[in-house]
Design a protein around this ligand. Structure first.
Ligand code: FES
Length: 143
């Protein structure tokens, strides 16, 4: 069972703790709920609006859990130059309502893009380099 106070304690005294806390809470609970946002705001002496603003600004954070597996497509410059935009419509069509397609900006595979990452609670994370239409279809079929 994830423990919010343990996550908060781990980051107290560290400079700029809000984003690391939000990442840990998202990973542990599958979302950053309104309750968690309130506790984080209190712990960091911030307003709830400040915490909510950060949660709603970044695509990495969700306020509700989403149990669907997710395919993250990198749409940053290097992957754009290598053709990721041509795969976005196919990804959304193949995913339908059962898989979440999420845009991210850089997965660290810039020289071998387009890059993608499958995030699936059952099997963890899996990176894919040199994404093309066939590999994308295989990724979707594997979920
Ligand atoms: Fe896509 Fe870095 S720009 S992996």
């Amino acid at each position: 069972m994830p423990d919010l106070s343990a996550i908060l304690s781990r980051h107290m005294g560290v400079e700029g703790p809000l984003l690391p806390i939000l990442h840990d809470v998202q990973a542990a609970f599958g979302c950053v709920s309104a309750q968690a946002q309130e506790a984080i705001a209190q712990a960091l002496n911030l307003s709830r609006a400040e915490v909510h603003g950060v949660v709603s600004f970044y695509h990495d954070f969700t306020e509700q859990p989403d149990p669907r597996p997710c395919i993250q497509l990198c749409r940053a410059e290097a992957c754009q130059a290598r053709g990721v935009e041509a795969l976005v419509a196919q990804a959304e069509q193949l995913a339908g309502n059962t898989i979440r397609i999420q845009t991210v900006y850089c997965l660290g595979l810039c020289s071998v893009g387009p890059a993608a990452r499958v995030v699936n609670g059952l099997v963890g994370e899996q990176l894919q380099a040199r994404l093309d239409a066939d590999k994308l279809a295989q990724m979707v079929a594997s979920l």
